[in-house]
Design a protein around this ligand. Structure first.
Ligand SMILES: *Cc1c(COP(=O)(O)O)cnc(C)c1O
Length: 393
């Protein structure tokens, strides 16, 4: 029974072992995290929240929750420890997208205005794409990036005044530079807007002190747990204590039913791991590897969006160096060589999102596999060779 399914799981395990994984949003969880998410907690219904520690008020709608109550409370406490914060935390969002939906619905009404970064400039689908709930439910306006691909903070300031957003959103899926949360927070404050940070990609780096923190600046912070945080697929929401009720209501009953307590167990183990000194070392190495790989591409004559990287990823822009190749051509060619990455739009993109003129490369996953700088450099040379041979053919 189920032998076909388990055969496919076995095949995927081999694919993951044998391929070079450069998708910037992926990582490899520990055996402990896998054990936690594959356990009996998947059987438990636990709509609501753990019993309030101060008031003793019962928060669940089902019986038999005394153990998951302890688990979820522990998970919340651990995540506050990871980010050294007294922000309230909700560990129930099923994904990063669910976290964003719940966060928006907590403090906004449909039709309200959000100022965010466009998908084509590095933002996420849930940051206002027309095909996503965010673009359908809210009036979206977007700040620009400079021709080099840096966030245009002056444009945020201009648009905050002219568009009068209720919420300004920072955070991205394909942005290789430090984001100045302090500056955007000041703009939001001056214009009476909520400031929300979606730190999905860089959350691990923030936890490790390898990127400036949004805590203390943002009203609401959402994240995924499965990217640089190296946990199971899932989401988290942090908020200033005064927004706790709104955020919790926005998750349940606002946008979700029962929480995934097995996923919450996995998130708790992830938080424990992120508190270890080894996680700091890991994040440091991620940045070193990414910089080494990015620098090698530049030495090999490639153009990088913004000219470099501060975090776990960078974007190769093929527009001028390889005008006949699309991001999709490169992605497909590398797939055949067992190297996995994804095509990505570049600033001023002329091709469609299905083709694109660039690729995104991230080193979080391969650093988990033990990569050091020399491995990253060798891989850059190999990819450069493959791309240059394609150009000649
Ligand atoms: C990955 C990502 C998300 C969404 O995560 P899912 O778990 O795939 O829904 C949200 N925001 C940003 C910035 C992301 O990079």
């Amino acid at each position: 029974m189920g032998s076909y399914v388990f055969e496919l799981i076995e095949q995927e395990a081999r694919r993951q072992e044998n391929n070079i994984e450069l998708i910037a949003s992926e990582n490899f969880v520990s055996a402990q995290v896998q054990r936690a998410i594959g356990c009996c907690l998947t059987n438990k219904y636990a709509e609501g929240y753990p019993t309030d520690r101060k008031t003793g008020k019962k928060g669940r709608y089902y019986g038999g929750c005394e153990i998951v109550d302890k688990l979820e409370q522990y998970c919340c406490d651990k995540w506050q420890e990871v980010f050294n914060t007294d922000y309230h935390v909700n560990v129930q969002p099923h994904s990063g997208s669910s976290a964003n939906l719940a966060a928006y619905m907590s403090v906004l009404k449909p039709g309200d205005t959000i100022l965010a970064m466009d998908l084509s400039n590095g933002g996420h689908l849930t940051h206002g794409s027309a095909v996503n709930f965010s673009g359908k439910l809210f009036r979206m306006t977007f700040y620009d990036v400079t021709p080099e691909g840096f966030i245009d903070y002056d444009d945020i300031e201009r648009k905050a005044k002219t568009e009068k957003p209720q919420l300004i959103l920072a955070g991205a899926s394909a942005y290789s530079r430090i984001i100045d949360f302090e500056r955007i927070a000041a703009i939001a404050k001056a214009n009476g807007a909520y400031f929300m940070v979606d730190m999905a990609h860089i959350a691990g780096l923030i936890a490790a002190g390898e990127h400036p923190t949004p805590f203390g600046y943002a009203d609401i912070i959402t994240t995924t747990t499965h990217k640089t945080l190296r946990g199971p697929r899932g989401g988290l929401i942090f908020c200033k204590p005064e927004l706790a009720k709104k955020i919790d209501g926005g998750v349940f009953p606002g946008t979700q039913g029962g929480p995934l307590e097995h996923a919450i167990a996995g998130k708790a183990v992830t938080a424990e791991e992120a508190c270890e000194p080894a996680f700091r070392e890991y994040c440091k190495q991620v940045r070193k590897n990414t910089k080494a790989m990015c620098d090698r591409f530049i030495e090999n004559g490639f153009e990088i969006v913004t000219g470099g990287t501060d975090n776990h990823l960078f974007l190769v822009d093929l527009t001028r160096t390889h005008p006949n190749l699309s991001g999709k051509d490169v992605q497909d060619a590398l797939d055949k060589e067992g190297i996995t990455l994804n095509k990505n739009c570049v600033p001023g993109e002329k091709r469609s999102p299905a083709e694109t003129s660039g690729v995104r490369i991230g080193c979080a996953a391969m650093t988990t596999r033990g990569w050091k700088e020399a491995d990253a450099v060798a891989c850059a040379d190999r990819i450069a060779g493959i791309i240059n041979r394609m150009t000649k053919a």
